[in-house]
Design a protein around this ligand. Structure first.
Ligand code: MSP
Length: 521
């Protein structure tokens, strides 16, 4: 791959390390992983960044509550919890940024000094409500009765400080123009409308420093103040890839290759930071804006947003221990339209696991392998063609690719699973177990089994970004690597080319892809 090729650069939010990951934070990270794996499978150069947001009052309070110094607290949580959980979910991020790393802190200070020199920063007095849960200065109109934060249902503290301010309001006309000319820069449309109506309101300048605690990056020219945690955090997307480094340096080259980001995935609660403040910061710094901010909905449990601060937190392991990692990765993206809220229920997950994964997909694969073992001595039969399956596959690949690239994970996965149903229908209709009884129909039997195997080859590739582990087992049991190469190197654009499984390749009965749930209870 040429080093000058612009990478498809995707980021997740960086997560507060006040606690360990839950299924809400895993939802964003898995979505990012699936999308970047899809783009890799398209043969593109990809850069996938995730990380942790370690400064600010919220993390400081968590450390204090545990009687640990904040840096030690962050080190422990990142190493013992965040990184291992992402590994257990098969997240293939290319980098992991921590906001306490020197590479980040130095670049943030340099960028801030540049903005100050260019006249975007001034000193002033801030007075108003602040929600520590959101780490956000709130407008009185944002709050519920009793000055409660609508997200955390907790009272805000009243902050009164001499701070440094960023001239956010100066960028409002340019931001409105940006969204008018580039509607795809903020999706879905409901999120864009929310941003536009916010911009059409009374946008205030932003306090970007705090003086009442010291857990943060010092303001370079006024070290009694630390940089506001969101100003620090948003910059991670650019500091991680070499913000403002010399053009010919390692960082400079990386920046040229990755920036602007293609997609910032965020939850809808942090949309304004990403679609108002962040692009204004980039405009102030004279940098290109990210191509897209996509705001997804919330995972709800018992009718409420699942979160660390409410008592309804579910750790990913509670689900993966029961259903497996791949079913976890599959379920949320398949069941909830990306961009809308969705409720999690064990019953719905169990129902989809059984009907879609165990029955439609897993059984199809195990029946095929068993029939090739029984009727063909375990070897893939001669290449055959079925025009209906072939055209259905071509259509599936185009539909799935368009949907996945548009972040319509549900649409993409549904079209792949519809093809899977179609292949099941083909097997049911052709009744290979009946054809096998008549030796004179051996050619017909071989063709049915080849067409089914070839369809399953395609399913393994198309589902690989969603379920990397299971599809790898399937690929091996199909004997596909000997003739086709590794699963990871299969390209989406070639999936629909029929006849790739090689005659004579040996199939093997692998592990059951999706064991019956009763056996796991
Ligand atoms: N640290 C900030 C982000 C800084 S990005 C420059 C932050 N961290 S967070 O840990 O509180 O949340 C991170 C992400 O997790 C947000 O996108 C948020 O929407 C998402 N989720 C938290 N709970 C969620 C659900 N219940 N459902 C879906 N996503 C959820 O905000």
């Amino acid at each position: 791959m040429s080093t000058s090729q612009k990478s498809f650069y995707l980021t997740t939010p960086i997560y507060y390390v006040n606690d360990s990951p839950h299924i809400g934070t895993a939802y964003t990270t898995v979505a990012g992983d699936v999308l970047t794996r899809w783009h890799r499978q398209k043969g593109e150069s990809v850069w996938f960044l995730t990380g942790t947001d370690e400064h600010g009052q919220k993390v400081l309070s968590a450390a204090e509550a545990h009687g640990v110094a904040p840096q030690d607290w962050c080190d422990r949580l990142v190493e013992d919890s965040w990184k291992p959980v992402w590994k257990s979910l098969n997240i293939a991020n290319d980098d992991f940024i921590r906001t306490t790393e020197p590479r980040h802190m130095e670049r943030v200070q340099r960028f801030l000094s540049r903005l100050k020199d260019q006249g975007h920063i001034y000193s002033g007095k801030y007075e108003g409500p602040y929600c520590i849960g959101c780490e956000e200065f709130k407008l009185p109109g944002d709050l519920l009765e009793g000055d409660l934060c609508p997200i955390h249902s907790k009272p805000c503290e009243i902050v009164s400080e001499e701070n440094w301010f960023f001239k956010l309001s100066a960028f409002v006309p340019a931001l409105l123009e940006h969204y008018k000319n580039n509607p795809q820069a903020c999706e879905p449309a409901s999120a864009r409308n929310e941003v536009i109506s916010f911009l059409e309101g009374d946008v205030q300048d932003l306090s970007i420093s705090r003086s009442t605690f010291d857990w943060g990056i010092p303001v370079p020219w006024d070290t009694k103040q630390v940089i506001y945690v969101w100003f620090d955090a948003l910059l991670n997307y650019a500091t991680a890839v070499g913000l403002d480094d010399e053009a010919g340096s390692v960082g400079g080259k990386k920046f040229a290759q990755t920036w602007p980001a293609d997609v910032h995935l965020v939850g809808k609660d942090i949309l304004r930071f990403h679609a108002v403040i962040w692009p204004a910061m980039l405009m102030a710094g004279g940098l290109p804006l990210a191509k897209k901010v996509f705001a997804h909905g919330w995972l709800m449990v018992g009718g409420e947003k699942m979160s660390k601060s409410k008592a309804n937190k579910i750790a990913p392991a509670e689900i993966t221990d029961h259903f497996g990692v791949d079913a976890f990765r599959y379920y949320f993206l398949r069941a909830i339209p990306f961009g809308q809220d969705g409720s999690f229920s064990w019953e719905d997950m169990a129902a989809r696991y059984t009907s879609e994964l165990a029955n439609d997909f897993g059984n199809l694969a195990s029946r095929l392998i068993a029939m090739i073992e029984k009727y063909c001595d375990g070897a893939i039969p001669e290449v055959a063609h079925d025009s209906t399956l072939e055209s259905a596959l071509s259509e599936t690949v185009s539909k799935a690719d368009a949907a996945m690239c548009a972040l319509d994970f549900q649409g993409g996965i549904t079209s792949i699973m519809e093809f899977c149903k179609r292949v099941n229908g083909y097997v049911t209709e052709k009744e290979p177990w009946v054809v096998a009884k008549d030796e004179s129909r051996k050619g017909e039997l071989d063709a049915i089994l080849y067409n089914t195997a070839e369809s399953i080859r395609a399913l393994a590739i198309l589902l690989h970004p969603v379920m990397p582990e299971t599809t790898e087992i399937l690929w091996e049991s199909l004997g596909a690597s000997s003739g086709c190469g590794s699963l990871a190197e299969q390209k989406i654009s070639d999936v629909a080319t029929w006849g790739q499984l090689k005659q004579g390749s040996k199939v093997t009965k692998g592990a059951v892809l999706f064991p019956r749930l009763e056996e796991k209870l």
